[in-house]
Design a protein around this ligand. Structure first.
Ligand SMILES: NC(=O)c1ccc[n+]([C@@H]2O[C@H](COP(=O)([O-])OP(=O)(O)OC[C@H]3O[C@@H](n4cnc5c(N)ncnc54)[C@H](O)[C@@H]3O)[C@@H](O)[C@H]2O)c1
Length: 272
């Protein structure tokens, strides 16, 4: 009797596992800047849950490497180059996704730049143009491009990648921090309008995560120690710890969540 019960419970656990693994089966997800770091981790997390992921970044060699990595994990993947700051590249990415995958259900807008470190009063118009173009405007313009196609599928999900710096500007990262605050606002501005089309709009705000982008924050021991003082969990985060949250926000488990930003910071104090 005990063996039978153990068998039934094992089947239930396995069934549940299969269900959660394939909760995005049949969905198509575009993730921008997804050949490294958090974007790649999000692509893996979405792909492992069954989505066909479309990866992109500015360099073909990086796209090829990411496609091979995902294929090696049995994830359905298509790749192309895309500089999100260029309208022709954004359009090419969307058209290629439609041609090769037949539709779009999910957009993860992850691309960002930070060309400036220093006192905010020393930042130039060119710095602001670049940061706002890539980090904010392109996030909105990608959303605007994909929404009609997500609507055709009956609804879906958009996730922006902001930052803890969007809550509390980081020293020497003024313009970048302001761009990340703008994404918190963009999330809230879009959510009510797109809810009518059954599209949920959410955001994640990572703390310090071990990627190339943030290497100056965690490679220098003194700087890293300073950050660790602000976290409950005394370590730097891993890209996978953001990828999983993004996949959750795109899944049915988050079907009643929209207009929200989830902070994933190891317990930093995030208040606006
Ligand atoms: N790593 C962290 O600690 C951290 C913390 C908070 C927020 N973030 C955010 O996470 C996101 C991903 O960063 P990451 O840490 O994984 O670093 P990353 O360097 O791996 O990712 C940033 C990517 O954006 C790409 N990119 C820049 N400009 C682009 C453009 N015009 N078009 C297309 N791609 C472009 C870069 O090539 C790079 O691949 C960014 O939005 C970043 O602001 C990161």
């Amino acid at each position: 009797m005990q063996t039978v019960l153990r068998g039934i419970s094992a089947n239930l656990v396995q069934g549940k596992r299969n269900m959660s693994q394939s909760c995005l089966a049949g969905k198509v997800a575009i993730v921008t800047a997804s050949t490294d770091g958090i974007g790649l981790a999000a692509a893996v997390a979405l792909g492992r849950r069954g989505a066909h992921v479309v990866v992109s970044s500015r360099r073909q060699a990086n796209v090829d490497r990411a496609v091979a990595t995902l294929q090696g994990q049995d994830i359905k993947v298509t790749g192309t180059t895309c500089n999100v700051g260029k309208s022709e590249d954004r359009e090419k990415l969307v058209q290629m996704t439609l041609d090769q995958c037949g539709g779009i259900d999910i957009l993860v807008s992850n691309a960002a730049v930070n060309p400036f470190f220093g006192n905010i009063m020393d930042s130039t118009e060119a710095v602001w143009d670049k940061i706002l173009d890539v980090n904010v405007k392109s996030a909105f313009l990608m959303t605007k491009l994909v929404v009609p196609h997500i609507e055709k599928r009956g609804g879906g999900s958009v996730v922006f990648v902001s930052s803890v710096a969007g809550y509390q500007p980081m020293p020497a990262l003024g313009p970048y921090s302001v761009s990340k605050t703008a994404l918190l606002g963009l999330t809230r501005a879009l959510a009510p309008e797109l809810a009518q089309s059954n599209i949920r709009v959410n955001c994640v705000a990572p703390g310090v995560i071990k990627t190339q982008f943030s290497s100056m924050l965690w490679k220098n021991e003194d700087v890293a120690e300073e950050f660790m003082k602000q976290t409950c969990i005394k370590r730097v985060g891993e890209p996978e710890e953001i990828g999983g949250v993004i996949a959750f926000l795109c899944s049915k488990d988050a079907s009643y969540i929209t207009g929200e930003t989830i902070t994933v910071t190891g317990g930093m104090n995030c208040r606006l």
